[in-house]
Design a protein around this ligand. Structure first.
Ligand code: GLN
Length: 310
């Protein structure tokens, strides 16, 4: 990045504390998964890594939280890498316009999920990985640990269990897809894998690092190894732009203007291809299930630095 951009980024990070005071901490912490409700709602962290490896951070950026649906970007990456174009025979790439846990379109479209980021689509991706990997949970964890460069990244069994005990909708989606022969494995095994990947715990710093390949044509900035091809990177970013925020994807594009993905733990990742990755965390969610302050701060950031993709 040039010195003008560097100055703009530094300035915005210095202004963050003042800016945060002006954004009321609205919304609610997710409680439909009871274990998620125990988080301190005042937490806030942000970490940004530029394509030339500069780091900017503020707040609770090293504190781990439940990444929830952000993990769907990582599972899609591994499934796309293993399955290549065949993947798109069983799943679409269109925005759903519905909530992440909606069953509505799944019935209309005969068990083919609209995209890999709504729950139905992420569950289908889990089915792909259960077929492809000998030990899905272990091998997926190894993949994530290598992306972050931290062998201690782990699932949270407490949260995975809490999701399992309350995962009626997710169970209904897998069963429904199975009735259309679009799930090849045992329903319980697919669900168990899905609940575990949603329970992954990472900090903003770790998340921003994990997805550096999405701002660098597929290459992990830490290991300098190719995670996926430039063409697949482009496609994953495109799906994030269109589907990463469910029925608020338009609003995120409108306000922030970057490909991104949210999770009900209050985390958001966003990508500026060839420029930077950023992860932000603030647990209170708006009515669409996306971090309220997280979205506001990213809007402030891309506006002040004039660095959206549009
Ligand atoms: N584990 C959550 C669920 O299945 C993930 C939802 C999300 O983060 N949007 O409901």
């Amino acid at each position: 990045m040039n010195s003008k951009e560097q100055f703009a980024f530094e300035k915005v990070f210095l202004e963050l504390p003042e800016q945060l005071k002006q954004i009321p901490n609205l919304g609610e912490v997710a409680s439909y998964i009871p274990e998620l409700s125990h988080v301190n709602p005042e937490k806030f962290g942000i970490h940004l890594i530029t394509a030339d490896k500069q780091n900017f951070a503020y707040g609770d950026s090293n504190e781990k939280f439940s990444i929830q649906s952000i993990a769907k970007v990582l599972s899609l990456t591994l499934a796309f890498k293993l399955e290549e174009e065949k993947l798109w025979e069983r799943i679409g790439v269109e925005p759903s316009g519905n909530a992440f846990n909606s069953l509505f379109r799944l019935e209309q479209e005969k068990g083919i999920p609209r995209n890999p980021f709504i729950n139905a689509g992420a569950l289908l991706i889990c089915d792909v990985l259960v077929s492809r990997l000998n030990q899905p949970k272990e091998e997926f964890l190894d993949f994530v640990r290598e992306l972050v460069g931290n062998p201690k990244i782990n699932y949270c069994e407490r949260i995975a269990l809490s999701e399992k005990e309350h995962g009626y909708r997710n169970a209904s989606m897998v069963n429904f897809m199975k009735s259309y022969n679009n799930i090849n494995n045992d329903v319980e095994e697919v669900l168990d894998f899905y609940f575990h990947l949603c329970s992954l715990e990472m900090s903003c710093a770790e998340l921003a690092q994990a997805v550096t390949y999405l701002s660098s044509d597929g290459m992990n900035l830490l290991t300098q190894k190719e995670v996926i091809s430039p063409s697949k990177t482009k496609r994953i970013n495109a799906i994030m732009q269109l589907c990463g925020f469910y029925d608020e994807a338009g609003e995120f594009a409108f306000e922030v203007g970057l490909p991104g993905k949210s999770g009900v733990g209050g985390g958001i990742i966003a990508i500026h291809p060839l420029k930077y990755t950023v992860a932000v965390w603030s647990p209170k969610l708006n009515e669409k299930g996306n971090s309220y302050r997280g979205m506001k701060i990213l809007e402030f950031f891309t506006t002040q630095t004039a660095s959206s993709v549009f």
